[in-house]
Ligand binder design. Structure first.
Ligand SMILES: Nc1ncnc2c1ncn2[C@@H]1O[C@H](COP(=O)(O)OP(=O)(O)OP(=O)(O)O)[C@@H](O)[C@H]1O
Length: 570
């Protein structure tokens, strides 16, 4: 419709107006109005559809990306970094969303106006069109050359945004520490630095990309001047009529706008391309995912087999596992396990221990000695470089990840509470029986403070549990770990915020109500682990003591030293 209107105008100027027939002028005028309306409504319709497509495509990409991110193995998450994953899920998908929306509107409209404009001007006057076509390769070259540089520049920009997200996240989650250490100024300067980096990268990218517009404008305006000069000469020599020049000026504006749109598209495209590369880096990962091939196979097999066959097979498989359980003497076995995060310097070396069902292991040792790493290996977050880890006599690498994870209840140092009710935070979407939740809350002494809350279990917890004390939070973490009646309970400094009495009551409840659960407890207080079936003393990734409390006091120098310090003897 945009292309029709100038053509009608030229026709009216050259053929209708001279006839001085008002009726005919009105008719052609009405035709122009109809064209305008059709154009407006078609535009609204196209925009609505483009938005819907943009919304759905981004929704799919974000879902796929989220699914993939949630399946990444721990080492892959370490490799990409949490902040980079967050900005890939947010800023990068947003860049793609904008581009898809604009691409559908301008990407369709601009070429139609561009090519259509050239074709129509050709029918009006080939000589003037020739001037137009002559400058187009120059414009295309400028756009291509400048925009090509955009990919690297926008990649750098995205990387600096990753850094910005990291610093903001650290500052917001660590706001209390920052204030208590009076480090607000220091953190502000750190933020300023990364923020400036984003601004600098953004400015560089924008300066380079904004060269496009003025250069394109200059080239086009030169063409316009030439058209008017040549056009005036041709009107004078009666080769064309005045209406053609008027139409030509309109077509020039249309074509110029279309060219500008193409430039904008290029900028958006290169920006989105940088984001798309970052997104596909995640989507294209195939190996080392935190989901077993077996899990995927089962999904595929479901499609192929009928349910009866699958059930029969699952029953056989369960029987096999049950037999293994019966034969197995040990619940958990570590056999000479060695592991290194960077595949260079081992963090834990030659770790061996065995636990029978219901037994407990206390792990103690200096900061960074590898205590948490042993738990990470047991839960299958990382694979051991050497040695073997067995649960119920089965190598954990042969156990389906989902099945493995279901065996555990765990509390780690950096656990998280969600802005939901106390009940939902304990249940954690697992549809656990209400009785089990209450039992867990009683065992962990959480009931005492839950009962004091107005809404009891339905009391809302604010983000990260800011409306709870440290000890209350820990009791909810512990309840969450115990609520599913896990086979294995892992407590990594899970009781550090509990007072001595609550700590003792918790241990008594664990013994009484969860006697079949095998427990591994990482603690710095000897009193919290001295009654464990076995105690392991770690130092720089090596086991320097292993046995019962009384034996270690005599045989392990580090252990007896810690014991003396904690009893006030040193
Ligand atoms: N994801 C990781 N990537 C690289 N190195 C890591 C990672 N996690 C831990 N480490 C390193 O491995 C070593 C052991 O860490 P680990 O968390 O197992 O120690 P820990 O004994 O549990 O310490 P703490 O008592 O402070 O909790 C440390 O030197 C630590 O810096």
């Amino acid at each position: 419709m945009d292309l029709c209107i100038p053509w009608i105008l030229a026709y009216m100027i050259d053929n209708i107006i001279s006839k001085k027939n008002i009726k005919e002028i009105y008719l052609w005028g009405i035709l122009m109005i109809i064209c305008s309306f059709i154009g407006v409504f078609a535009n609204i319709y196209a925009n609505r559809n483009a938005s819907a497509v943009g919304r759905d495509v981004t929704n799919n990409i974000r879902n796929d990306l989220y699914k993939k991110v949630s399946m990444l193995s721990s080492s892959q998450i370490d490799y990409f970094g949490v902040n980079s994953l967050i900005s890939r899920l947010t800023t990068d998908t947003n860049n793609i969303h904008r581009t898809i929306c604009v691409m559908q509107r301008l990407g369709v409209r601009a070429p139609i106006l561009l090519i259509g404009g050239v074709i129509i001007t050709l029918t009006l006057d080939p000589v003037l069109t020739f001037i137009l076509i002559l400058i187009m390769p120059f414009i295309a070259f400028v756009i291509y050359f400048i925009s090509k540089r955009g990919v690297t520049l926008y990649m750098n920009l995205q990387k600096s945004i990753d850094n910005l997200v990291r610093v903001i996240r650290e500052n917001i989650t660590g706001v209390k520490v920052i204030k208590s250490l009076s480090k607000t100024d220091y953190e502000r300067k750190r933020f300023d630095k990364v923020n400036k980096n984003v601004i600098n990268n953004d400015t560089t990218a924008n300066i380079v990309m904004s060269l496009n517009q003025p250069i394109v404008n200059i080239l086009f305006n030169c063409g316009l001047v030439l058209v008017i000069l040549v056009g005036a000469y041709r009107v004078q020599s009666k080769a064309i009529q005045v209406g053609v020049i008027v139409a030509f000026l309109s077509y020039f504006t249309i074509i110029l706008t279309a060219m500008k749109s193409v430039t904008k598209l290029f900028i958006l495209y290169f920006k989105a391309n940088a984001s798309a590369i970052r997104i596909s880096e995640i989507l294209n990962i195939e190996d080392n995912l935190d989901i077993d091939e077996e899990d995927l196979n089962i999904q595929n097999t479901y499609k192929k087999w009928n349910k009866k066959d699958l059930d029969a097979d699952l029953i056989k498989e369960n029987q096999k596992i049950e037999n293994i359980h019966k034969e197995s003497t040990y619940h958990i076995q570590f056999k000479n396990v060695t592991f290194s995060y960077n595949k260079n310097i081992p963090v834990v070396k030659n770790i061996s221990f065995e636990l029978k069902k219901g037994e407990s292991l206390g792990i103690i040792g200096p900061i960074g000695s590898g205590k948490t790493t042993i738990m990470m290996l047991l839960m299958g977050f990382y694979k051991a470089d050497e040695g073997q880890i067995l649960i119920n006599n089965v190598d954990i690498n042969d156990i389906k990840k989902s099945e493995l994870r279901n065996m555990f209840g765990s509390v780690f140092q950096n656990d998280y509470l969600f802005s939901k009710t106390i009940y939902e935070n304990i249940d954690f979407g697992r549809d656990i029986d209400g009785e089990d939740i209450v039992r867990a809350a009683k065992a962990t002494q959480a009931m005492n403070f839950i009962n004091q809350k107005e809404a009891k279990f339905d009391e809302n917890i604010s983000q990260s549990g800011n409306n709870l004390s440290g000890g209350q939070k820990q009791r909810i973490f512990l309840s969450r770990a115990l609520a599913s009646n896990p086979e294995i309970l892992i407590l990594d400094y899970a009781c550090s915020a509990l007072d001595f009495k609550t700590d003792r009551l918790l241990r008594e409840s664990l013994k009484k109500y969860y006697k079949n659960t095998t427990k591994i407890i990482i603690e710095s207080r000897i009193n919290s682990i001295k009654n464990c079936t076995k105690i392991m003393v770690l130092d720089k990734g090596n086991v320097v003591g292993y046995g019962k409390h009384e034996d270690l006091i005599k045989s392990c120098e580090i252990y007896s030293e810690i014991n003396k310090i904690q009893n006030g003897d040193l």
